[in-house]
Design a protein around this ligand. Structure first.
Ligand code: HEC
Ligand code: HEC
Length: 449
C-alpha cells in the first residue's frame, strides 16, 4: 500500500509493503495527491456501465456499417433486404451533407428519391411495386429496385446590375428498374441528406413557439403565410407538429431515426417492426412474419437519438461576437429583405430558452421552381420547411462542394436565394436587385451564422 502524506514540515512517501520511506517537498506531494484523485475519479467513471453505454453506443451505431448478418449482441441480423446505404454516417458525414452526384453517369448515393402515385380518389398512395422510396441496393438473392442518375437542366438570368448567373435543377433518370418502368405520372421527390448539426436544437423547440409564428391566412398582409405541417405520428397515433426532414414530415427525433433505419437501411425497430419486402419476395414476407426479435432494440434506438441530439454540442460553432462591418451590413440587408420573416433567428425552447436556428420550422409555398408536386401530410407539392441557416458555412470544405436546398441543386448561397419564389419572391427580388457589394455582404453574414 502506498501512502503520501504531509504533516507540518515533514512530508514523505511511504510504501508500507516494501518498507520504503522517501522525503519530498510538500508542493510535489500535494500535486501527486491531486493527480491520483483525478485518476481515481476517471477510472470510476470508465467502469460506470451507464456512462459507457450512453456515449459510446449511439456513436458506434451511427458509424456502424451494417451487414446482412450482424453482431448477435445487437439483437439479430440487420441490413436489407432493400436499402439505400449501409450506415448513417455515409449519408450524414459529420459536419457535412452528401450532395447529388457530381458527374453525369455517376450513381446517386446519398440522395433519396421518394415516390407516390394517385389513386382513383386522387389521393397520393405508395407506388404498388416500389413503395415510397426507390431502394438502390439489396442484400444477396434480391434485385435492388433500381439505379438513379441525375442530369441537369440549366436556367440563365441576370442580377439587377447586369451580372449574369446560371442555375441548375436535377432531372432524375431511373435505370435497371427491377419491377417495370416508373412512368411520368409517378410523383417523385429527390432529397439530399441534411446536415444533422441542427437536429438536436430542432427537437428542443416548443410546439407553441412554432404555432405562434404561423400566419396561414396572411392576416398581417406581408405575403408570407407559414403554417405547421401536422403529421401522423406512429408513436402517439395522433397528429403532431412535424419538424424533421425537408417538408417537416416527422415529428420527433425518435420517429425520424426509426424511419431512417427501416426505409434507408432495412433495419426493423420497435416503431417499425415489419421489414419492407420486395413485392416478389415471398420468403422475405414469411421470414418477417415469423420473426420475434427486432434488428435494433430500443436501447440502440434511444442511444442513436441521444447521439444525434448532442451532435450540435460536439460541433458547436465558435460564437463570433465581433461581427465585422460587412457582416453588420449583411445583417441589415437580411432584415431589409425580410429573410428573417421565415428564417427567424430564434424560437423558444421547451424550457423557455432561446433556440437559435434561423428557421420558423413552418411550411412555405416556395413557388413552382422548387416544387416537387408531391404531398407529405399537409405539405403540398410547393411547400417546404424553412431550412435552418445556422452552421451552413461548416458545410464548405475543400473536398466538399456545398449542396444547398432540398435536392442539393444550389452550389452556393446566391443560387439558393435565387431559387426562392412563391412567398419568398419579394425577398429574392430584393437580393437580385442589390448592388454587388450588398450581395456580398449578405453572403458574408450567412457564412457567419
Ligand atoms: C441513403 C441516405 C441516408 C441514410 C442511410 C440515412 N439518412 Fe438520415 N436523412 C436522409 C435524407 C435524404 C433526409 C431528409 C429526409 C426528408 O426530407 O424527409 C434525412 C433526414 C434525417 C434527419 C432529420 C434531419 C433534420 O434536421 O431535419 C435525421 C435526424 C436523420 N436523417 C438521421 C439519420 C440516422 C440516425 C440514420 C441512420 C440510422 C440515417 N439518417 C440514415 C438520408 C439518409
Ligand atoms: C417565405 C419564407 C422564406 C423567405 C422569406 C426566405 N427563405 Fe430561405 N428558405 C426558405 C425555405 C422553405 C427553404 C428550403 C427550400 C428548399 O429546400 O427547397 C429555404 C432555404 C434557404 C437556403 C438554403 C438552406 C439549405 O440548408 O440548403 C438559404 C441559404 C436561404 N434560404 C437563405 C435565405 C435568404 C438569404 C433570404 C432572404 C433574401 C431567404 N432565404 C428568404 C424559406 C424562406
Amino acid at each position: 500500500m502506498i501512502i503520501f502524506y504531509a504533516k507540518k514540515s515533514h512530508y514523505f512517501f511511504s510504501n508500507l509493503g516494501l518498507g520504503i520511506n522517501i522525503f519530498l517537498p510538500s508542493k510535489i506531494i500535494w500535486l501527486i495527491n491531486f493527480i491520483l484523485i483525478f485518476i481515481f475519479i476517471f477510472m470510476v467513471e470508465q467502469t460506470n456501465p451507464r456512462a459507457q453505454k450512453n456515449d459510446g453506443l449511439g456513436k458506434n451505431l451511427f458509424n456502424l456499417v451494417w451487414t446482412d448478418s450482424i453482431d448477435e449482441s445487437l439483437d439479430g441480423n440487420g441490413l436489407g433486404p432493400l436499402y439505400n446505404a449501409s450506415s448513417c454516417v455515409s449519408c450524414h458525414p459529420k459536419n457535412s451533407r452528401v450532395g447529388p452526384p457530381r458527374l453525369i453517369g455517376e450513381k446517386a448515393l446519398g440522395m433519396l428519391v421518394r415516390i407516390s402515385v394517385k389513386n382513383n380518389l386522387n389521393q397520393e398512395v405508395p407506388h404498388p411495386k416500389y413503395g415510397t422510396q426507390i431502394n438502390t441496393f439489396s442484400v444477396k438473392d434480391f434485385p435492388a429496385e433500381g439505379v438513379i442518375y441525375v442530369t441537369w437542366e440549366y436556367k440563365n438570368g441576370t442580377y439587377g446590375d447586369g451580372e449574369s448567373w446560371q442555375l441548375r435543377r436535377p432531372v432524375l433518370l431511373f435505370s435497371e428498374l427491377a419491377y417495370g418502368p416508373i412512368d411520368s405520372s409517378v410523383l417523385r421527390s429527390a432529397r439530399v441528406p441534411p446536415s444533422l448539426n441542427t437536429s438536436g436544437k430542432i427537437e428542443k423547440v416548443n410546439d407553441s413557439s412554432i404555432i405562434t409564428g404561423a400566419d396561414p391566412d396572411d392576416l398581417d398582409g406581408d405575403n408570407i403565410s407559414g403554417r405547421p405541417n401536422f403529421v401522423r405520428s406512429k408513436i402517439t397515433g395522433s397528429n403532431q407538429i412535424g419538424r424533421f426532414g425537408w417538408k417537416a414530415g416527422k415529428y420527433n427525433l425518435k420517429e425520424q431515426v426509426a424511419t431512417a433505419l427501416i426505409e434507408d437501411m432495412g433495419i426493423t425497430n420497435s416503431i417499425y417492426p415489419k421489414q419492407i419486402c420486395p413485392p416478389i419476395d415471398i420468403n422475405c414476407k414469411t421470414k418477417n412474419n415469423n420473426r420475434t426479435s427486432l434488428e435494433l432494440n430500443d436501447k440502440g434506438l434511444l442511444s442513436l437519438v441521444k447521439y444525434i441530439s448532442n451532435i450540435d454540442k460536439e460541433n458547436s460553432n465558435i460564437i463570433n461576437n465581433q461581427a465585422s462591418s460587412i457582416e453588420k451590413l449583411g445583417k441589415s440587408l437580411f432584415i431589409r429583405s425580410s429573410c428573417d420573416s421565415c428564417h427567424v433567428p430564434h424560437l423558444k425552447g421547451k424550457n423557455g430558452e432561446n433556440v437559435v436556428l434561423y428557421s420558423d420550422l413552418l411550411l412555405h409555398d416556395m413557388g413552382e421552381g422548387l416544387a416537387d408536386q408531391r404531398r407529405e401530410f399537409e405539405a403540398t407539392g410547393r411547400e417546404w420547411r424553412t431550412a435552418p441557416l445556422v452552421g451552413l458555412s461548416n458545410l464548405f470544405s475543400p473536398n466538399n462542394k456545398i449542396s444547398l436546398l432540398h435536392d442539393g441543386r444550389a452550389r452556393g448561397f446566391s443560387e439558393a436565394i435565387l431559387w426562392h419564389g412563391g412567398e419568398a419572391m419579394d425577398s429574392r427580388e430584393n437580393f437580385r436587385l442589390m448592388e454587388k457589394k450588398e450581395r456580398e455582404a449578405l453572403l458574408s453574414y450567412l457564412e457567419s451564422l
